[in-house]
Design a protein around this ligand. Structure first.
Ligand code: C5P
Length: 239
């Protein structure tokens, strides 16, 4: 560890896993749906545990799931000893707020990650942390958009065709200077993702390259995609 590393705050990570996952039509909340024999949440936790510099991890779970001893087998196998588990709220932003309140205040970078993007490679986390460490107020992974995107009005009439080259489909983890993210959540602004909240408070957020494996498991089709991915990983020879 260099002197510069030693004088830095650590990285805090909030993994939001409190969604019901109703679109999956599963009997348990999405985070606990088994994929290849392990709950979805276990994959997300393993990746965070493999990331260097993490000093604080808060896992936000559905109400009634904060006792890890009652989690389905294997869910918390990789949970670091310093991890904290808290109950989330009705909206994703409520869950992020609940998690953020428990991130160790010494962390100078905070990542917010969807447990549903459980197969996001650690390299994506590293790119996001690096961008914030290099001075960005916020950084999010994103991929170029393949489809042409239209904006429409309430009647479905097309109102615009944004230039495709300027569009990115963004993923998580979304990473921020800790003070900037806390101020954004304290501002009372509302937005559909953390980056938009930070943008609304006047900060620039940059996009770094994302990864196709960071897809969000939302529908039964994506669950099958996740099962295929896990099966492929198990078949792949260890490098
Ligand atoms: O619902 P959506 O797919 O946007 O959820 C994205 C992530 O936010 C998921 O990992 C989900 O568990 C989490 N979430 C949450 N609390 C909510 C809703 C969603 O932690 N109330």
């Amino acid at each position: 560890m260099t002197d510069a590393d030693a004088s830095r705050g650590g990285v805090g990570v909030v993994v939001v896993a409190a969604g019901s996952g109703s679109r999956l039509r599963a009997e348990v909340p999405k985070a606990f749906v088994p994929i290849g024999g392990r709950p979805l949440l276990a994959y997300a936790i393993s990746t965070v545990a493999a990331l260097e510099g993490v000093r604080s991890l808060v896992v936000v779970v559905p109400p009634g799931y904060d006792d890890t001893s009652a989690w389905p087998a294997g869910s918390g196998a990789a949970l670091p000893t310093f991890a904290v588990v808290v109950e989330g709220g009705a909206e994703r932003s409520d869950s992020v707020r609940a998690g953020l309140a428990r991130v160790d205040p010494s962390c100078d970078v905070v990542l917010v990650h969807d447990a549903a993007r459980a197969f996001t490679p650690v390299s994506v986390f590293e790119r996001v942390v690096d961008a914030v460490r290099r001075g960005a107020a916020g950084a999010v992974p994103g991929l170029p958009v393949i489809d042409t995107i239209k904006s429409v009005d309430a009647d479905g009439v097309i109102t615009g065709t944004p230039e495709r080259d300027s569009l990115r489909a963004v993923q998580t983890p979304q990473g921020f200077d800790a003070a900037v993210l806390r101020a954004a959540y304290d501002s009372g602004a509302t937005a559909t993702d953390d980056a938009a909240l930070v943008e609304a408070t006047g900060h620039h957020v940059i996009v770094v390259p994302g990864d196709a494996s960071a897809f969000k498991v939302t529908t039964p089709e994506e669950l099958r995609r996740a099962e295929r991915l896990v099966a492929d990983l198990e078949r792949a020879p260890a490098s």
